[in-house]
Design a protein around this ligand. Structure first.
Ligand code: 3HC
Length: 289
């Protein structure tokens, strides 16, 4: 494969475009407007420049990777893509509209993949032109750093599609784990109850924000404490995945913590709005409680 496309130029989409371009693949990058796709590319340029500054990447390689990323304003160029990865907002109606539109240009042997973190693959596959060529590929944030891809097979996903995605993952240097099309797949099924529990602990006054984070970071050797990680992922995303786990299983163990719900209702969504469990408006994050 020498050409692919990424739909959605936010944090995840830009990360996917970056690692793919660094692996030598030409990437059509799109978003709701070409301006947003350009903005995504500008963010990638900064990441690559930082890697060059740190001596982790040759300047020539960074320039070549950046030149392989082509922001596009419509789906027509994606007719040349062997793989199209949708990394748009985590809303099923938005994703379905994308699949419908991209289906009009998708090459007859191209693979369509979704980076969804919680929407069932089999259900979304039903909205595509060929469910056998549809698959879930779940990346982790920050994409250039995290070494994993969860590969999720829908009921109709073919072996050839799975093999194709495995080869792509190997090319971009990620380890693949295969998960059934079950709520939260593997990582979020395990991670979100932990983050939700940290919110329960805070809400019940077990400890302060700083101490909950320090306890997990130092006591379990995690790179970030759970409240810092929840802010990093986005509290709205954490709540929405927890709600999917809760509603699709009916299991009360996944009940969202009231404090998490309150923070989302307040619009305190984490790092992206500079306010979650920490205040990010200054140089260093400050706990808010
Ligand atoms: N993009 C690219 N690279 C980044 C980055 C970003 N946004 N943020 C950090 N990095 C790189 C740095 O450049 C640095 O690279 P180097 O070692 O080559 O110099 C390396 O990561 C370490 O960064 P820092 O020294 O600045 O900071 P830390 O050591 O604190 O690491 C972290 C930052 C990598 C984010 C680390 O804290 C971490 O791994 N945190 C946990 C992240 C995690 O759990 N992600 C999964 C979330 S769940 C998910 O995504 C699924 C979804 O469905 C919810």
């Amino acid at each position: 494969m020498d050409k692919m496309a990424v739909i959605g130029a936010g944090q995840m989409g830009a990360g996917i475009a970056q690692v793919s371009a660094q692996a030598g693949i030409h990437v059509f990058l799109s978003d709701v407007s070409v301006e947003l796709a350009e903005k995504g590319k500008a963010g990638i340029a900064k990441q690559l420049a930082r890697a060059v500054e740190k001596g982790k990447l040759e300047a020539n390689d960074a320039d070549a990777a950046l030149a392989r990323i082509e922001p596009v304003g419509d789906y027509a160029p994606m007719a040349e893509a062997g793989l199209i990865i949708e990394a748009a907002t985590e809303r099923e109606d938005i994703k379905r509209t994308i699949f419908e539109n991209v289906g009009k240009v998708l090459a007859s042997d191209a693979i369509l993949a979704s980076n969804t973190s919680s929407i069932p693959i089999t259900r979304m596959a039903a909205a595509t032109t060929d469910a056998s060529r549809f698959v879930g590929v779940h990346f982790f944030n920050p994409v250039p750093v995290m070494g994993l891809i969860e590969l999720i097979r829908g009921l109709a996903t073919s072996d050839a599609t799975v093999d194709f995605v495995r080869a792509y993952a190997e090319r971009i240097g990620k380890r693949v784990v295969q998960a059934n099309d079950a709520p939260g797949f593997i990582v979020n099924r395990i991670l979100l109850p932990m983050l939700n529990e940290a919110c329960f602990a805070l809400g019940e006054g077990v400890a302060t924000i700083e101490d909950i984070d320090a306890a997990v970071q130092l006591g379990l050797n995690h790179p970030m404490g759970p409240l810092t990680l929840a802010d990093f992922i986005g509290l709205d995303t954490c709540l929405s995945i927890t709600q999917v786990l809760h509603s699709s299983t009916g299991d009360p163990k996944f009940r969202p913590a009231p404090l998490l719900v309150k923070y989302v209702e307040a619009g305190w969504l984490g790092r992206k709005v500079k306010r979650g469990f920490y205040d990010y408006s200054g140089e260093t994050p400050v706990p808010t409680r």
